[in-house]
Design a protein around this ligand. Structure first.
Ligand SMILES: NC(=O)c1ccc[n+]([C@@H]2O[C@H](COP(=O)([O-])OP(=O)(O)OC[C@H]3O[C@@H](n4cnc5c(N)ncnc54)[C@H](OP(=O)(O)O)[C@@H]3O)[C@@H](O)[C@H]2O)c1
Length: 300
C-alpha cells in the first residue's frame, strides 16, 4: 500500500461502487457519497478537495437520469459540466491528475462505421451536451486528465438495463425491445478494473520508465479522451435475449424500432466505439461484452 490518497466521488453509483474495490491497494481511497461531497455545490467541492489533499481524483459521479435531464437542464449541467470543471481546476492547482467518465452520447450516432476519439462530437440530448461540456471544462483547466467515454453501463450496484430486464421477465412471457440501436454493454467492474490497471501503470517502475511513480509527467503524456467499452457489439433486443439465455429464462424478445418506443431524450442509433487508442496507449484490451455479462450475472 502506497501513501497515495485517492479521492473517489459517487461511491454509491454503479462505477463508483466498483472503483472503491478496484482501487484498494493503490492508495488510501477516500470514497465519498453525495452527503460527503455534494457536486452541486462548487464551494463544497473546493473545500473537500483541499481538506482531503489527494494525489489523484477519480470522478464517476454524474447526473445520469438521461430523460429527466431534458427538463432538468440546470441540474444536469451543474453536476456534469460545472462540477468536473471545478474538480479539474483543483487538480491543476494541486498538480495532480483527474480521471473522469463520459459517454457515447457525446456523438450524434449517425456515423456509418465505428467511432474513434477523433470523430466530431454532436450530442443529441441534454445529458450528452452536459457531459461534453464537462469534458471541455476539464480540457480548458489544463490539468493532467484521462477521460473515459463509456456506454451502456450495468453492474451489481444500482439500477440498469440488466436488472430491468430480469424484473420484467419475472412476470411477463414476452417483451418488445429496441433492436436498431447498436453499442457495447459495458460492466461497471470492467470500467473500474481498467481504471485501476492504469493507475497501477502510473506507479509501476517497469511500465512508467525506471523510477517508481512517474507522477504528473506520466499523466500529462497520457492526457486525453479514451473510449472504454467492452469488446464486440449488439443491440438492446439481442442484449436482452443474451441476458435471458444466460439466466435460463424463457421470456421471448421481439425487436422493435426505436421509433416505436418513444422517450423524451433522443438516443444515438450507432454507439459503436473503437478501443484501439486505449489498447495502443495502455496495452489494455477490454473483455468481450458477453464474457463480462456472464460474470456479472453470477452476482445479480
Ligand atoms: N449508466 C450508463 O449507462 C452510462 C453510459 C455512459 C456513460 N456513463 C457515465 O459513466 C459514469 C458512471 O456512471 P454510473 O452508471 O456509475 O452512474 P450512476 O450509477 O447513476 O451513479 C452516479 C452517482 O453520481 C452520484 N451523484 C449524482 N448527483 C450527485 C451530486 N450532486 N453530488 C454527488 N454525487 C452525485 C449519485 O449519487 P446518489 O447515489 O446519491 O444518487 C450516484 O452515486 C458517469 O460519468 C456517467 O455519465 C454512464
Amino acid at each position: 500500500m502506497s501513501d497515495k490518497r485517492i479521492l473517489l466521488t459517487g461511491v454509491n453509483g454503479q462505477v463508483g461502487f466498483e472503483l472503491a474495490r478496484s482501487l484498494q491497494g493503490l492508495g488510501t481511497v477516500v470514497a465519498l457519497d453525495r452527503a460527503g461531497l455534494d457536486l452541486s455545490s462548487p464551494d463544497k467541492i473546493r473545500e473537500v478537495v483541499r481538506s482531503v489533499s489527494p494525489s489523484l481524483i477519480v470522478n464517476p459521479a454524474a447526473y445520469t437520469a438521461v430523460d429527466k435531464a431534458e427538463t432538468e437542464r440546470d441540474a444536469a449541467h451543474a453536476i456534469n459540466a460545472t462540477a468536473p470543471g471545478i474538480l479539474a481546476e483543483e487538480a491543476k492547482r494541486g498538480g495532480i491528475p483527474l480521471i473522469h467518465y463520459s459517454t457515447d452520447y457525446v456523438y450524434a450516432g449517425d456515423k456509418n462505421g465505428i467511432y474513434t476519439e477523433a470523430d466530431p462530437t454532436d450530442p443529441q440530448n441534454v445529458y450528452g451536451a452536459s457531459k461534453l461540456a464537462g469534458e471541455e471544462a476539464i480540457r480548458a483547466s489544463g490539468c493532467a486528465h484521462v477521460i473515459f467515454r463509456t456506454s451502456w453501463v450495468y453492474g451489481v450496484q444500482g439500477g440498469n438495463f440488466v436488472k430491468t430486464m430480469l424484473r420484467l421477465a419475472a412476470d411477463r412471457p414476452a417483451l418488445k425491445v429496441v433492436g436498431d440501436q447498436w453499442g457495447a454493454p459495458t460492466s461497471a467492474r470492467t470500467i473500474a478494473d481498467i481504471t485501476a490497471h492504469i493507475v497501477a501503470q502510473a506507479a509501476s517502475p517497469q511500465l512508467s520508465g525506471g523510477t517508481s511513480d512517474k507522477g504528473l509527467v506520466w499523466w500529462e503524456a497520457k492526457s486525453g479522451v479514451y473510449h472504454l467499452v467492452a469488446g464486440g457489439e449488439t443491440n438492446w433486443a439481442e442484449y436482452a435475449k443474451t441476458i435471458f439465455a444466460l439466466k435460463g429464462l424463457g421470456c421471448e424478445v421481439t425487436a422493435i424500432p426505436a421509433s416505436e418506443y418513444p422517450v423524451p431524450a433522443k438516443r444515438p442509433s450507432n454507439s459503436r466505439l473503437s478501443t484501439e487508442k486505449l489498447q495502443q496507449t495502455f496495452g489494455i484490451q477490454p473483455p468481450q461484452w458477453e464474457v463480462a455479462l456472464r460474470h456479472c450475472l453470477e452476482s445479480i
